[in-house]
Design a protein around this ligand. Structure first.
Ligand code: OGA
Ligand code: NI
Length: 376
């Protein structure tokens, strides 16, 4: 496909290697927050242009507020397909209600994790993660020394493939944690499979196209990142999570039930998502952008924090099998619309965010900088 032409982003990425440990001593943001400081340390202070502005672009004249579309997945098939297609084109994001995941289970999952983050630090530290696998309790994304950090801690774990699932790397406490995650993940995987079908059909592909491209039922990857955003005394100077697109296939986010924070980029503005009760916030990741040959685009998003409330969110990442090449669907490559991306495995792809940290859409955009991998 590349006809021997050197494709620089590929090469650059194959030079990324993850080190064994973090470049600087790890500071838990929750500990900083709990210490009662009134000023945040410099390393969380963003450059002026990256800070959240206090203007709320959501509020239109007349008091209406813009929000990402809310879609009832229980409607008729055609209607669901049409609504999801429009949301994917317009936003790259939607909220799903009537999605089949048990609402009480959603609440239990969120609350068991909130409880985990309020366990003694010593216990949480026993799950401290490292940049090699990211599994466990973490406080930064990226390994660049001296980087400006985000105001959040997290926990990262694997659910699929089964070979990567290791209960010993999941918290043993609260005592119901592992059981709740198991059931939650099972139900969310079923929902993800349904959405994959909807996306495939909307792209004019066979219903099982995307799932097969991801490696099939026994191949797909699924992992969970629980984000914990502690209260922040100077929320205007920092971010809970810097702008990024999700590197994987698709993300199903369970947001906090009463604290907003997620912002989605739309026409250059940051729109704050208002979560609907028991909805999942679903968005397209870079791998579906690649597979769809950019008919669907992953969308940048970020998280703001606030002085009064902590916030917990569960991001469930549904990903391709890590070692198969992902490239535009042949059906979506034409003379008028050549393949915009060369094949790359997800293992290789995700090294970028794991090394450089969240950086907007710079990775997926760098791949198309010469408008096609033949460079012709
Ligand atoms: C993520 C993410 C948003 C949130 O984990 O990738 O974008 O609201 N989270 O926590
Ligand atoms: Ni994200």
């Amino acid at each position: 496909m590349t006809k021997g032409k050197v494709w620089e982003p590929h090469r650059a990425m194959s030079n990324l290697h993850l080190q064994q440990d973090w470049p600087e001593p790890v500071v838990r943001v929750q500990s900083l927050s709990d210490s009662g400081i009134s000023k945040i340390p410099d390393r969380y202070v963003k450059p002026i242009t990256d800070r959240p502005s206090s203007v709320a672009p959501n509020d239109l004249p007349g008091g209406q507020a813009v929000n990402i579309p809310i879609i009832d997945l229980g409607l008729g098939r055609d209607e669901v397909l049409a609504k999801v297609a429009e949301a994917c084109r317009e936003w790259g994001f939607f909220q799903a209600v009537n999605h089949g995941v048990n609402p009480e289970l959603m609440d239990r999952a969120r609350e068991v994790w909130r409880e985990f983050f309020h366990m003694p630090m010593e216990l949480k530290q026993s799950y401290a993660n490292n940049p090699k696998t990211y599994e466990g309790y973490g406080s930064r994304l990226g390994v660049e020394k001296g980087a400006v950090l985000d105001w959040s801690d997290y926990y990262f774990l694997h659910y699929l493939p089964t070979s990567l699932k290791d209960h010993n790397k999941w918290p043993a406490l609260p005592s119901s944690c592992r059981e709740v995650i198991e059931e939650y993940a099972k139900q969310v995987v079923a929902l993800a499979g349904e959405v994959m079908k909807i996306l495939s059909l909307n792209l004019g592909l066979k219903e099982d196209y995307l799932q097969n491209a991801f490696g099939g039922d026994d191949g797909v990857g699924a992992c969970l990142r629980i984000n914990f955003y502690p209260k922040c005394p100077q929320p205007d100077l920092t971010l809970g999570l810097s702008p990024h697109s999700d590197p994987g296939g698709m993300t199903l986010l369970l947001p906090d039930s009463h604290v907003a924070g997620l912002q989605v980029r739309k026409n250059g503005c940051w729109i704050t998502v208002k979560p609907a009760p028991h909805a999942f916030i679903i968005n397209i990741g870079d791998q579906i952008q690649v597979l769809s040959n950019a008919i669907y685009k992953s969308v940048e998003h970020r998280v703001i924090v606030n002085p009064n409330d902590e916030r917990v969110s569960l991001a469930f990442f549904y990903n391709p099998k890590s070692d198969i090449p992902i490239e535009p669907a042949k059906e979506l490559v034409t003379a008028d619309r050549p393949a915009l991306y060369a094949p790359m495995t997800f293992d290789q792809y995700r090294l970028y965010i794991r090394t450089m940290g969240p950086r907007g859409k710079s990775q997926v955009e760098s791949l198309t900088s010469d408008k096609g991998c033949d460079g012709a």
